[in-house]
Write a protein that binds this ligand. Structure first.
Ligand code: ATP
Length: 319
């Protein structure tokens, strides 16, 4: 019955504001270690979920446990295990980076010397050593975000909530943040990441839960989610469009579903869930003297999955 201890385990977790459920009966199982992404558009309920899990908001119904501890009954103990980084930096603009981190460390009970030591360590780790004595008001957005992340790491939390950590950052700074998150996970942290960026979930997360209107509409690895909406499709470009019907007939034997002709019949699209029979199909085409100018394998993207699952795509694709 009991499996390995989950970092997060929610059952029917619900929070209602006014008449509307911001989070609606959410079951979320997050294994310890790795990055778990909660993916959704504005207002999907991600922040409210994080706020309940980090003991900042009380659930209206359902239960939530962090490493087996109920977030309501054992709020204090849960807090000692987690770190939270929000969408907006919580650091003080007028203080230097070192001063900010030292104060945070003092607040959680470290001595003056320990605090300074931990601040120096974190600033070096987050690539902020050179800016240690500068007032935060002179920091770029990316530097601030990294400082905020460093602040949430003071207690070496086992579980870190990153609420849209890269919103508004430029692509280079975003890549740096991703590196930082990967390093934290390699060091043993579990990260629950909320994001509106499909690419971010694809890049960072071991598992992804798609949230829409307060509900989890799908979850799994990025590959599993992609597999839910579509398979690989092999695209063949023909030298001679007149041979398209013959090519389609050859390929139909190997295809999972109907073979399509596109691009003024110069292109044959062959749905093929696994690619094992691809070499055989190419040999069969050669035997039929059908010449190809290109062969490509197209995979569904996480974008397509997301739009399909949240109902923003053409009707009929939803989960
Ligand atoms: P975003 O990406 O914009 O941060 P989100 O997925 O984090 O969105 P939430 O912030 O959790 O979404 O909001 C979910 C819904 O709950 C929204 O409709 C929001 O307006 C509502 N909501 C959240 N907090 C409150 C509050 N304190 N009072 C009233 N409504 C709230």
């Amino acid at each position: 019955m009991t499996g390995p201890l989950l970092a997060i385990d929610t059952r029917g977790l619900t929070k209602t504001y006014g008449r509307a459920a911001a989070v609606d009966c959410v079951d979320l199982q997050v294994p310890a270690g790795g990055v778990y992404a909660l993916l959704g558009t504005n207002g999907a309920g991600k922040t409210t979920t994080v706020r309940m899990l980090s003991t900042l908001v009380r659930p209206d119904a359902g239960t939530a446990r962090v490493f087996g501890l109920d977030v309501v009954a054992h709020a204090g103990r849960v807090r000692s295990l987690i770190g939270v980084t929000g969408q907006y930096a919580s650091v003080d603009e007028d203080l230097t980076a070192t001063e900010n981190l030292t104060i945070f460390a003092r607040l959680v009970g470290a001595s003056r010397r320990q605090s300074r030591g931990r601040a120096d360590e974190l600033l070096a780790e987050f690539g902020l050593g050179a800016a240690a004595d500068r007032a935060v008001r002179h920091f770029s957005g990316g530097m601030r975000r990294r400082l905020d992340l460093a602040a949430s790491m003071i207690t070496r939390p086992r579980l870190l909530f990153l609420d849209e950590p890269t919103t508004g950052l430029d692509p280079r700074t975003r890549q740096q943040m991703w590196q930082t998150v990967r390093r934290m996970v390699a060091d043993g942290s579990t990260v629950l990441l909320t994001t509106q960026y499909l690419e971010e979930a694809d890049q960072l997360a071991d598992r992804v839960a798609v949230m829409d209107h307060g509900r989890i509409v799908a979850d799994g690895t990025a590959d599993e989610l992609k597999a839910r909406i579509g398979d690989n499709c092999v695209r063949l470009d023909l030298r001679d469009p007149d041979l398209a019907p013959a090519a389609a007939a050859v390929c139909a034997v190997f295809a999972q579903e109907d073979v399509l002709l596109e691009g003024a019949e110069r292109r044959v699209m062959v749905p093929m869930p696994d690619l094992e029979s691809l070499p055989e199909m190419l040999l069969a085409l050669r035997a039929a003297q059908i010449e190809l100018v290109a062969v490509n394998v197209e995979r569904p993207t996480l974008d397509e999955v997301f739009f399909a699952l949240t109902g923003d795509a053409e009707p009929g694709v939803a989960a």
